[in-house]
Design a protein around this ligand. Structure first.
Ligand code: COA
Length: 181
């Protein structure tokens, strides 16, 4: 199905049920590190949960309402990147992502985001992309900052994660400002 090659050894692919075992294992290995910022991680206790997530993701894609991809490094799933929902009326979407802890620091997610941005603006003809991150999630915030998003504001107590409310920062990128092809 959908596969986009970013460079040698790095591509993104739409998630399918055959990826469930690898994805479940990856999340399990990264449980504590991911749970700091991602509320769904603690509930990801069985392979059925992962299968349910992939089934819902495929349904969302079929409904033209978003896409969930695996980020593959050396042909192994290394993380995920998603367009959460497609707001066709306002031609906008938002990107979410996470990466295997041991594969941080190589620019993998920045490159995957660049590919998703090009897909959103060129293929889907959207006009605006948002990325939200926890105020203190500096690794995540660096990605939109590196890609030229504008910091547009803060949403207080936006999410209950890991037994505390976190504030979100909102970054936005408009098609007319996207030069980073
Ligand atoms: C957020 C997350 C994906 C960031 O991972 P990351 O490896 O820092 O991000 P990137 O893949 O873009 O890599 C950037 C790093 O690679 C380095 N790098 C190397 N080559 C690079 C390149 N060609 N381009 C960009 N960066 C490059 C950068 O200097 C940076 O390293 P630094 O953090 O030591 O300064 C990861 O920390 C994560 O999954 N965290 C937990 C889940 C989470 O918080 N998700 C986001 C919720 S909003």
């Amino acid at each position: 199905m959908f596969k986009h090659i970013i460079e040698d050894h790095l591509d993104i692919r739409i998630l399918e049920l055959r990826h469930a075992e690898q994805l479940f294992d990856l999340v399990s290995c990264n449980q504590d590190y991911l749970a700091e910022w991602l509320p769904w991680v603690k509930g990801n206790n069985t392979i059925d949960h992962t299968k349910g997530f992939i089934e819902a993701a495929l349904q969302k894609f079929a409904n033209n309402d978003g896409i969930d991809c695996g980020v593959f490094f050396n042909d192994r799933i290394a993380g995920c990147i998603s367009l959460h929902r497609l707001d066709w009326l306002n031609k906008k979407t938002s990107i979410g992502y996470w990466l295997d802890e041991s594969l941080q620091g190589k620019g993998i997610m920045t490159k995957a985001c660049r590919a998703m941005i090009n897909y959103s603006f060129h293929d889907l003809q959207l006009n605006r992309i948002e990325i939200r991150a926890g105020v203190n999630n500096l690794k995540s915030r660096t990605i939109p900052e590196r890609l030229g998003f504008d910091l547009e504001g803060t949403i207080r107590k936006a999410e209950w994660v890991n037994n505390r409310y976190i504030h979100h920062v909102v970054y936005g990128l408009l098609k007319e400002d996207w030069k980073n092809e």
